[in-house]
Ligand binder design. Sequence first.
Ligand SMILES: N[C@@H](CCC(=O)N[C@@H](CS)C(=O)NCC(=O)O)C(=O)O
Length: 227
Amino acid sequence: MPCWLDERLHTDGRKKMIDLYTWTTPNGRKVSIALEELGLAYTAHAIDITQGEQHKPDFLTVSPNAKIPAIVDHDNQYSMMESGAILLYLSEKTGQLMPTDKSRYWQAMQWLMWQMAGPGPMLGQVHHFTKFNPDKSPYAQARYLKEGQRLYGVLDRHLQDRQFIVDDYSMVDIAVWPWISRFEWQTINMNDYPNIVRWYTTIAERPAVQSGYQVPKPTGSIPIPAT
Ligand SMILES: N[C@@H](CCC(=O)N[C@@H](CS)C(=O)NCC(=O)O)C(=O)O
């Protein structure tokens, strides 16, 4: 059973260690997938960002920037926003999913920062200008799609001779993967990125990814490119 589907309390009455505040988006799924991979018991709270719930005062005490995801760890009362920081925190807490070798660690950090500064915000703009903008803006649509395609190209070349982004499967793959899972919204032709398809479909088969993808509510199966 996925960790988040359990009752809020353990059978002995203890409160679960981590509260996760999230929605069915790439940044939210990074953290639910990481929690599933690590097997940490958590309670998922849906913050429906389409209804403005991210602006409610209670949520702002956990996430002052009014965005999901955020966590509270009842082990130490840490409260954190920003998905990259949360992934690094969970890795340090458990000693898993980041390289231990120093040079590999910094390689991983480099690609994590790339995700946070590149695919995250840029593909987010692609979603808005190609899918949601009711007025259509050819300039904005072309600008962000071109940058999105460029970032796909960077990742595809990097994966040419690697199974995962840095050595073994890590927080870096977990950070990038949910953004690629929106390739249909992004109107990306996955046939142009065969190394990404191989990497993406391998990760999509992981049970923890399949569970974490459906948090905080089921949204249908993971999109798989028809190549
Ligand atoms: N840099 C932040 C970005 C978080 C973010 O943009 N979250 C989006 C959902 S993916 C959100 O909460 N949007 C609501 C809003 O902008 O009002 C992170 O990685 O956690």
